[in-house]
Design a protein around this ligand. Sequence first.
Ligand SMILES: [Zn+2]
Ligand SMILES: [Zn+2]
Length: 465
Amino acid sequence: MTDEENRNANTVVDDGADASTPKKRGAGLSRREMLLAGATSAVALATEVGAQERKRAGAAVATKTVKGMPFRAFVRHGTQGEVVDLRLRDITPTQVVVRTRGSCGCYTVTTAVLGDAPVATPNIPNHSGMGIVEAVGAQVRRVRVGDRVLVSGTPWCGHCHQCLSGTPEWCNYLAPNGVPNDPIADMRDKTGVIEAAVIGGLSEIIVAYEEYCVPIFSDVPDEQIAMLGDTGAVGIAATDVYDPVQIGQNVVIFGAGPIGLAAVQGAKAKAAGQIIVVEPARTRREKALGFGATTVLDPNQDTATLVERIRGMCKARTDRLEAGGQVPGNNRFSMRGADLVIDCSGYDRFPPKVEPGPDPTGLLALRQAWEVTAPGGSLVTLAVQNGDIAFPGAIFCLSGRRIFGGQMAGMNVMRDTPRFITAMEKGQVDIGALVTSKRPLDQVKAAFQGVADRTELGVVITFPT
Ligand SMILES: [Zn+2]
Ligand SMILES: [Zn+2]
């Protein structure tokens, strides 16, 4: 079967014009009839067509009726957080049912998993995962039953205003904008459960909108693909998307957690000149050196002179202006600084069990990151800081520093994920080395405690295959 035939066979859209192949295209129902029939029929139809296609292709992936399917998930409800039994509801025509195989922990989710603040609606925390497609709604085209798929933390639709305007990281399907976040399952008492960010992840089943699904055509291990839904991909993208690193440029990275260390790898892969990492925890500084950092700095040492030290390292080769030089001044209008600065430090949601930084709000690191960015250089902000920050007005407006508020580091997940996987396959980046813990669903709290303590880097919740 050709790719074209495959695509047609899997697309259960039928305008009734092709009467010679009604069963292949969806048992004779027109698209309008199918939509009028509602989600249940649409899902069954898609499953049936998927089954026919698998039979033709010889695939051995079973499908199931999704409504009522039992599964387990970590659910926050009331003030509790625990693994509970759930029953799946019907999906809509644009949703995909994924049998989860991995979901990487994100520091921003530690509060949701470990906290005890009451939640209004029971929900499955986290915001990425990967697994195998088990069923698709009738309008889904991007992925097929049996596909290995990444459910990315950010969608890409390709047709909304932001996708067409070159800012796909703000695709309008990004929750809570373009898609409803309705319950996907019920607890035993029939209370509906939603997925955080319309993804969740800490669950045997993820129900994802098609726009969030990135099909994976690679043998890269599950836990590494899981890291591409969030931290691993974001770190690489910070060196590659908004203002890609050029050979020999200076890169400064604040924070050597999983995002920062992935950024170190990305900068090295792109042949940066200096890769300077600012990180308070000794073990993380050592990791950074192992991944290619050329200098590591402790922000607790000589905190007041940190900016000056980094600027001194990021200077032109000469002060002879006629020869490509730069004036040596280090005042507030300093010419010196890094070509690309990436802030992935983040505020302390919990007291770290490793050496804490000088400012638990993260605002000092953000200010320093901005100050060490050269005129014309770029600052990518990936960390979530706690509180408001003030900048001196004149220099903020005139310095020429470009600031990228780094939702998913600007990724177009359909365009960029395959490129990152190629780099992983070639060993140009080693996302697997960032995975320090793999734990089953029953150990979600312990896994996220390691993330909260900052004693772990990449933590992946894994599921039996
Ligand atoms: Zn995240
Ligand atoms: Zn879009």
